[in-house]
Design a protein. Structure first.
Length: 368
């Protein structure tokens, strides 16, 4: 699975405005469908108060946060799986991402045209999800035909066919009803047989309810509809006002941003919630390194061992890995300094089999 997020939705639901706020770099925005054709790519810092606290206790010249990639993919429409509205091109872009951020319009505005004429989150969600399912249905159908033909060629082909054909038949039945592959909750063994298909409806999804200024502080029938549909899929929901978030993104200092948030009745930016949720759903975690030159948050995949994470810093660290000095950032916050940590016996030496944990602060020992 890719380690990035694709922002999708119908045209004119606020995808590009959201992307611009996320990256603080304007995307092409206009009040008509398909103004975004080529995907925009942005690298977004992951908000993490732990890095701020570490820097307070262990000052460094630089503070470098972890990052995650967001891709603004042009609006899909009904018929995209058949090529409508440049659909094939857009669906290909979605195949390359690790997860989907589905933006749903949950506000009324006569000045912003809706591709279907009126606002209806349930219909809009179904439109996108059906197109994704239809695209997967075509992919699975082709693979089913290929495997069925090949199973008579060799014993190896017969063995593979006996393993995968029942799964493909299960997928065909579900996709034919407009259901996602994700909803089938297949185990790891069955998923491994499907990995090369890059199925769209297997990707994890977050629904973003794009509301207006009046809807940011509470709930609405539109938001309730999205939450109900997301619950059925086991998907997360984040409520955001793209217009407000784009205004916050133009402010220079954190103090100004916090004052703006308080003025509109928010404790935290909706974008921060979205970024953290996406980061976590992608299976990404953070470890930290500290020093006089920099304090840095590093992104690693959950389940990685110490030598692998060392290799994220430099390949030589992985090749020559000896040990890792490790402590939890929570212990640092509790004791107030590395010296007190050492005295309390909270600093550990870990070997090659150590599974790195989110929030670890690590010093790698290696042979140059």
């Amino acid at each position: 699975m890719g380690l990035n997020c694709g922002i999708v939705g119908l045209p004119n639901v606020g995808k590009s405005t959201l992307f611009s706020a996320l990256t603080s770099a304007p995307a092409h925005i206009a009040n008509y469908p398909f103004c975004t054709i080529d995907p925009n790519v942005g690298i977004v810092s992951v908000p993490d108060s732990r890095l701020d606290r570490i820097t307070e206790l262990i000052p460094g010249k630089k503070r470098i946060p972890a990052t995650v990639e967001f891709i603004d993919i042009a609006g899909l429409v009904a018929g995209a799986s058949r090529g409508e509205g440049l659909g094939n091109r857009f669906l290909a872009s979605i195949r390359e991402v690790g997860m989907i951020v589905h933006v749903v319009r949950c506000f009324e505005d006569g000045d912003v045209v809706h591709v279907s004429g009126d606002v209806d989150p349930a219909r809009d969600i179904e439109t996108i999800n059906i197109e994704l399912a239809l695209a997967d249905l075509e992919t699975v159908s082709k693979r089913h035909e290929k495997v069925a033909r090949a199973r008579s060629l060799s014993k190896e082909a017969q063995k593979h066919a006996s393993e995968i054909l029942p799964i493909l038949q299960q997928l065909l039945a579900a996709l034919g009803e407009g259901k996602s592959v994700r909803s089938l909750k297949l185990d790891d063994d069955r998923l491994s047989l499907l990995s090369d298909l890059h199925l769209l409806t297997l990707k994890p999804m977050i629904y973003v309810c794009n509301v207006d200024e009046e809807g940011i502080g509470g709930t609405s029938a539109y938001v309730d509809t999205v939450k109900r549909m997301a619950k059925e899929e086991d998907a997360e929901v984040v409520v955001i006002c793209s217009k407000i978030e784009s205004e916050i993104a133009t402010l220079e200092s954190e103090k100004e941003k916090q004052e703006f948030l308080e003025a509109v009745g928010l404790k935290e930016s909706g974008l921060n919630k979205l970024i953290r949720s996406a980061y976590h759903i992608l299976g990404l975690r953070t470890f930290f390194t500290t020093g006089d030159d920099e304090n840095r948050a590093w992104t690693f995949k959950a389940g990685m061992k110490a030598p692998q994470t060392a290799g994220l810093i430099h390949s030589d660290f992985q090749k020559g890995f000896i040990k890792a000095e490790v402590y939890s950032c929570d212990d640092l916050f509790a004791y107030g300094s590395e010296q007190k940590l050492r005295v309390a016996g909270k600093l550990r030496l870990e070997g090659k089999e150590y599974l790195v944990q989110d929030g670890d602060v690590i010093y790698f020992k290696f042979n140059a």
